[in-house]
Each structure stands twice: as structure tokens, then as C-alpha cells.
Design a protein around this ligand. Sequence first.
Ligand SMILES: [Zn+2]
Length: 437
Amino acid sequence: MGISIKGLAVLVILSNAIPTPVFSNDSDVRVNQDRLEYHILTLGEIGKDQTGATSRLAYSQFDLEGRAYAMRLMNDAGLKISIDAGGNVVGTRLGKDPSLKPIMTGSHIDTVPEGGNYDGVVGSLSAIEVAKTLNENNVILEHTLKVVIFTNEEGGHVGSRAISGRITEDMLNLKSQIGLTHREGIKKLGGKPGVLNKPLHEKGDLFAFIELHVEQGGVLDKEGINIGVVTGIVGIRRWLVDVIGEANHAGTTQMASRRDALVTAAMYVLAVNKVALGLEGNHVATVGRLAPEPDAINVVPGKVRTTLEIRDLSAEKIQKVFEVIEKASERIADRNGTKIIFNEIQQNAKPAPTNKAIQDEVKRAARELGLSFSYIPSGAGHDAQEFVPITPTSMIFVPSKGGVSHSGLEFTSANDIANGANVLLKTILAIDKFDQF
Ligand SMILES: [Zn+2]
């Protein structure tokens, strides 16, 4: 369902009707929770189905409508709008000193099929609300502020990769969820895929990047914590794992002389779980696929195709977990007269630690607002990780009810969102006063 003209009229009246006190001191400035909630719920109507889930797939008609709505809000917040070559919507608010590098903040509004309306949206519309709040309070930052809605986050961080120069020709030629290639999709959004062989921002071009996002895990919600100070986005390594045994007759092959690949694979799955549970830390290790061959009821399985994925904030830790799993697997394979072969897949994400100085400001902002906080790594990928190699980067998490995400049941309360937006606002005000990192 698209957004109606009537809905927009109500929006304009509503945003004008809310009295906005003018503060003399930056530190008293707060976002408008009701307005922010209204914006989030209104955007949520675009691409919503009967079940309440939102399908605003990148490059789709609903994506275009959602972006148009966000651009109206940007315009209303006094941001000067442009579309960069990656198709990202960029809203610029000039700072006092044009020689200073810009501070960038934002997130995405595209969703997975039948997704929620908080993943990405919270950070995107809060960033616009921060700009609106600065305007209303006549606060002019030293640095220029750039509010960004990134192109196709769910399809592989397309827009943020374009900014840091990590988008390849191969990726541009890949088909997106709706069937257009990323190249065609970026063009449809008003970008220029032909110039994306170079980064849109070189290392050092930006002063900092900060992204507010829902946690997409249940930690903050379960522990009743308001704000997650994100320590980094975990690295991911993945392996295709082949278990090799010998296919044989299920009736005539004696138990003792079998080389059963599926029995080995079953022990391997348990070993991965046991190793990961046994080692201290926040790492996770997963076997997500298991395909026996020949996959027949009367044949001892000769081969099993399986997988391994390990995530952690430290590359050394991932390596350590892998080595322990590899050793355990070798013992299991030997015992059963089989082999386990690990082949690493090449498109792995490096761990992306966030900037310590910004983390400190996020923590300080939470404390000043009387909010509880906790240090937390992000187990999911985000646009922010694409900025880590080019600028000081940080993320702020707010609770997601039950940790549910990529689902119509995803929910974050208006109060939690406003808390996050106020922390974002205060963090931007604080780092604006930095001479350098
Ligand atoms: Zn997201």
C-alpha cells in the first residue's frame, strides 16, 4: 500500500503543531519522540501486507515510495538532498566551518521479503530527526552533517560498499531479489553505476560515521538494558566441509566394516557445538547444512556435504576456534575410517571493530540521559562495517523485542527508539567538538 496524500497532509500538520522549546544549551536538546514514532509508523505502511510484515525490497516500487517519503522528511528537516553514484540518498546540513570533514550518520530502509519496519528504519529516520531537532534548536555544528539512506543493505550493503569502494563489477552484475541486477537497480534509484570502480569517499574524507540500529539479538531486551555500545561488527569465516566415507549396501555391509560418512558427520556436528560451548568468549560456530549422498534409505552414506561458519570480533579467535574444531574432526574421522575436508569459501567478512573514542561518547551520552548501557558486539552485518576501513566508525543499539528481526513481528518501542535517537544526537554534538581522533 502506498502513502496517501491525506496521510502526508496529516503529517505536515502534526509536525507543525508540536511545540518545540528552544534550549540555550546544546546538552538539553532532545528529539521529539512522538514525531519520530509517527514517521516510523507512516513509513511502515509502505510495503506492508495483510499479516503486518513489510516487504520493501531494494529497487522495488515500495522502495522508491519509501525513499520518496524519507526525502520529504529530509526536506522538512532542512537537509539539502542529493543522490550519490551508489544511489544513496544523502541529506546535507552545512556546518560552520566548510574546511572540516563531514560527520555522516544513517542506515537503510529496504527490507527483506516479509521483514519488519525497525531494522534500518530506526537509524534512518532517527538520523533525520536529529537534523530536524538541531534545526529547531538553532544548533549549527562545526562540521557538516550528512544523513544517508543507503541503497540495498539487505542485498549485500550495496550503497555503503559503493561509498568505501568495495563494490565490484561482478557484484554490480549480480541479480537482486526483485530480478534487476544491482547495476540496473542503482540506475533506477538515480545512481551512476558506471563510476563505482572508484570509492565515493577515500580514506580520511569523512570525520566520522555513526549508525543507530535495532539490536536484532535478544540481549538488551532480555537484560532490560536501554543502549548497546557496539564494540564492533563480527568477522565471519565459512567453510564447505566434505565428509568422505564409502557408500555400500545397507543390508550386507557389517556394522564393524562400515565407513559411514553420515555417522561421522553427525559426530562432527556435535563436536562443533561442544568446542564452541567449551571455549570462553562471545564467538559462535554453526553447522547449517547437511546433505548425505546418495541419500537413499538402503545405502550406507558415502559422502556428506556440510558446512561450518564461525563469527567473532577477533580474527585470531576465529582461527583458534577453527583449529580446535579441525583437530576434533580429524580424531572423529580417523575413528570411523573416514575423512573430513575443510574448504574455506572466499567471500568472508573481516571483523570490524568500532572506534573507542566514539564508544566513550556513546557511553557518556547514555549516562547523561540516565539510560543503562552495555558493551555488545554485533553478530549481524551492517552498513557501518563498510566505513571501518575509511573513517572512525561506531554503532548504537537499541533493544529489539525478543530479539526478533527480519520478521513482521519485529518491534522496538517508541521510547527505546527515542532513547537511541537522543544518544545519537548527543554523540554527534560531542564528536563535533573533537579537533581530531
Ligand atoms: Zn539493518
